[in-house]
Design a protein around this ligand. Sequence first.
Ligand code: AMP
Length: 191
Amino acid sequence: MRLIFLGPPGAGKGTQAQIVSEWLSIPHISTGDILRAAVKNETELGLKAKSYMDAGDLVPDSLILDMIRDRLEQPDAKSGWILDGFPRNVAQAQKLDEMLASMGQSFDRILSLEVPDDVLVARLLGRGKDQGRSDDNEAVIRRRLEVFYESTAPILEFYGNRPELTIVNGDAELDAVSEKLKTAIRPLSSV
Ligand code: AMP
């Protein structure tokens, strides 16, 4: 099972992707988590990515594409994955198609979580306090939302007429959203 989770920052993608990855026993691949680990470990990638992340901007595609290719080639990703935070713009979505074609793979479902802006901002401000993420302060949150609408939302048009695209209302209780996601995925899986 190969799934792509889309949605604005604060939509609950990461939490839901983790729940679904445990349910299906497939790896949860979050580009944000990989980048935050790289920053923490002060790797070459982390040092290059940090200033973009702190500003709420996208890290350059060249860095992201090598990173995601390496990850998809790991043995645990052979039989399935959930992508969370990638693709983040139309160029990345096009590259993903090419990458998967070159690996003889394709994805089964794109799940797009929709949540109103005011709910997103409230959730992200709360998360900044709880989890101490340095990019969860109000100015950077506004920038990340702007980047979402400018760069990431056009992916929905790019994928618009593919039958794999499913829109899910993410403005509900965590368990209710998980159930909706599972309902969308269940017909494709043996779970
Ligand atoms: P996230 O945890 O997905 O919200 O990502 C946190 C930050 O990491 C983003 O604001 C970007 O700076 C960076 N990032 C994560 N994924 C990508 C990506 N696919 N392309 C570019 N930048 C990314």
